[in-house]
Design a protein around this ligand. Structure first.
Ligand SMILES: [Mg+2]
Length: 102
C-alpha cells in the first residue's frame, strides 16, 4: 500500500486512534459501522437546525475519519479502492440508468 492520497490520511487517522486509545480490533467492526452512521446523523441534524455549512462540513469530515479508521481496521488500501470505484463509476451511463436519479 502506497502512503499517498487517501492512504496518507488513513495512516494519520489510525495513528490518532491508536494514540488516543481507540481500538481497531476486528471485534469492533459492528460498532465502527454504527459510529459512521452517527456522524452522518450529526451532519443531518446540524443542517436541519440551520447551523452553518462549516459545522455540517465538520460532521461530514468526522464521517470520513470514521470511514478511514474502519478501512484501516479492515487492512484495506483506501486509495486503490477509491480509484477502482471511481474508474468504474466513470464508465457507467448517465445517471447510472436509474429512473429517478440518486
Ligand atoms: Mg461528530
Amino acid at each position: 500500500m502506497e502512503p499517498i492520497g487517501l492512504n496518507e490520511k488513513m495512516i494519520e487517522v489510525r495513528a490518532l486512534a491508536d494514540a488516543k486509545g481507540f481500538s481497531s480490533d476486528p471485534a469492533r467492526i459492528w460498532e465502527m459501522l454504527a459510529l459512521i452512521h452517527t456522524e452522518v446523523s450529526e451532519a443531518t441534524d446540524a443542517y436541519k437546525k440551520g447551523q452553518s455549512h462549516e459545522v455540517v462540513g465538520e460532521e461530514l469530515i468526522d464521517t470520513i475519519i470514521r470511514i478511514l479508521h474502519l478501512l484501516s481496521a479492515l487492512d484495506q488500501d483506501a486509495e486503490a479502492l477509491f480509484r477502482r470505484v471511481m474508474d468504474r463509476n466513470w464508465e457507467r451511463p448517465h445517471k447510472y440508468n436509474t429512473v429517478r436519479g440518486g
